[in-house]
Design a protein around this ligand. Structure first.
Ligand code: NAP
Length: 499
């Protein structure tokens, strides 16, 4: 029986938070609570319900390695299928009863005496935990650019991550602003409903084909019943993704194949030369996220759709105005303008040792040891933290590795003879960050502006290597990388747990 059983507070119940809870529970660490601000689990798969929302990473790899679902309806599953899968996983591993729904953690403060996190909750109450695991995602805070006049728009407007399903688009004059991964998924559906659709593009993206047809019954049956087929498919897909990483690392042959596929897709679907010109990217392949759709370009060629690439200058009560003075009438604006990708834990405030906030620590751009730990924030382990996003690959692979690392850290705390805390050494984190940034300097991501970089040009979001390199490097916590803080023994009343 351990002398001290650490309590764990996880913030967020998306793929990351659930993965952490599963890893901890599998290690017998049962004193854990997931705080979830919404009334349902699911993270981005709860929030993004726009028409056509689907993962563009195949479900056989966009799923936990230890909880393989054998009956996906199609290669890249729609959001509700993924959301259901995550709920099933949470139920199967006993996570669901440990989620405190409708409870937002507004502030977490490190108590240096007690070696414990003090949590302030949205309902005005408090909680405590030995270990804090922010699992807030990188794509959870929708953003909308400050375009003059947007607040004077008299029609209806909403962000793609807050889709208003009660607003019927049939016959309407719709303006879609933004042409990223979300927009290319919902534009084909909006184009079918709208009377007229203007798609406002600032930068064209590279696209690869994806028809994503439902599996034929025999294929579906084979995946279900042929032993090893699912595992082999998963392995093959992961290998293919790692091969594509080569293109981002400058492999010319693979880059040329992918570029040719994108070029062919554009030429096959867009006959009009002017439209093709507008859709042709002028930046290095892979610098921004490569998009996948076989339906987006055809949607733009419809009679009721116009692609506008002149910059927007203003929004009026009933139009979007571009710099050439043209007023584009609209009664609905859909903002497909992405997310605040670099706040990582916001709007939660985190105050570490010496009263230093995480916002201060990250003033020049967020950084963390393998995206997991930050000096001066003991016993805080981030999921999907800085420099852990992938240009190509399955984020679930990264999240599983992080969850396993966190479970290892907590297991080692449990083996101590009293309260203790891991504080990553500043020199270790600094050296890791310098090396990561050096690798990133050689990547394609430094060659254009994207949500991976901050205004100073630092690549804040992405991991520079292969998935397998990250998994190998985070297999276990190396105590040499950390200072182990110890506290005076607590009174027994202090030992009461997280929430
Ligand atoms: P995004 O990729 O950040 O795209 C935002 C779009 O808004 C871009 O086209 C951007 O143009 C445009 N924009 C921003 N400010 C603008 C302005 N002032 N005027 C005009 N246009 C403006 O956001 P997202 O499409 O929501 O996707 C975010 C990420 O979510 C993706 O990269 C992906 O990782 C993830 N996602 C994944 C899936 C999936 O299938 N797994 C699906 C959807 C989203 P610029 O390019 O010029 O900045």
């Amino acid at each position: 029986m351990p002398v001290h059983a650490p309590s764990v507070a996880i913030v967020g119940s998306g793929f990351g938070g659930i993965a952490a809870a599963i890893a901890l529970l599998r290690d017998g660490i049962t004193d854990l609570t997931i705080f979830e601000k919404a009334d349902d689990l699911g993270g981005v798969w709860r929030e993004n319900t726009y028409p056509g929302a689907a993962c563009d990473v195949p479900s056989h790899v966009y799923s936990y390695s230890y909880f393989q679902h054998r009956d996906w309806s199609r290669p890249c599953s729609p959001h509700d299928e993924i959301h259901d899968y995550l709920k099933e996983a949470a139920d199967a591993f006993g996570v669901t009863p440990r989620i405190r729904f409708s409870t937002e953690v507004t502030r977490a403060t490190w108590d240096e005496q007690a070696l414990r996190w003090q949590l302030e909750l949205g309902d005005g109450t408090t909680a405590q935990a030995d270990v804090l695991v922010p699992a807030c995602g990188q794509l959870s805070i929708p953003t909308q650019p400050a375009i003059p006049g947007a607040d004077t728009f008299a029609g209806h407007q909403f962000h793609s991550a807050r889709w208003d399903h009660d607003h019927d688009l049939t016959g309407r004059n719709v303006a879609v602003i933004g042409t990223g991964a979300s927009a290319v998924q919902f534009v084909p559906s909006v184009a079918e409903q709208a009377g007229h659709l203007d798609v406002f593009q600032r930068t064209p993206n590279y696209m690869l084909p994806r028809r994503n047809l439902a599996y034929a019954a025999p294929v579906r049956a084979a995946i279900r019943h042929v032993p090893g087929l699912q595992t082999a498919r998963r392995g093959g897909m992961l290998l293919m993704m790692e091969a594509m990483v080569n293109a981002l690392k400058g492999n010319r042959a693979i880059g040329a194949v992918l570029r040719t596929m994108s070029w062919a897709l554009l030429h096959r679907h867009v006959r009009d030369r002017e439209l093709r010109r507008k859709l042709t990217p002028q930046f290095a392949y892979g610098c921004k996220r490569i998009l996948f759709s076989s339906y987006y370009y055809p949607a733009l060629t419809r009679k009721n759709v116009e692609l506008v690439d002149t910059p927007i200058t203003q929004i009026t009560a009933d139009a979007v105005v571009t710099s050439d003075g043209v007023q584009h009438p609209a009664d609905t604006i859909i903002w497909g303008t992405g997310f605040d990708t670099q706040a990582f834990v916001a709007p939660m405030e985190i105050v570490g040792a010496g009263g230093r906030t995480i916002a201060d620590a990250w003033a020049g751009g967020a950084h963390a040891f393998y995206g997991l730990t930050v000096p001066g924030f003991p016993n805080m382990f981030l999921l999907y933290g800085p420099n852990t996003n992938l240009g190509v690959g399955s984020i679930i692979v990264m999240l599983e590795a992080q969850a396993r690392y966190i479970a290892d850290a907590v297991r080692r705390l449990r083996a101590q003879d009293g309260p203790a805390a891991w504080d990553v050494r500043e020199d270790v984190e600094r050296a890791f960050d310098a090396q990561t940034q050096e690798h990133l300097q050689q990547s394609v991501w430094t060659q254009c502006a994207s949500w991976y970089r901050n205004e100073a040009g630092r690549v804040v979001n992405n991991w520079p290597g292969y998935m397998f390199e990250y998994v190998r490097a985070t297999k276990a916590l190396n105590p040499g990388h950390y200072t182990l803080l110890r506290a005076e023994a607590r009174s027994s009343s202090d030992e009461a747990v997280s929430a």
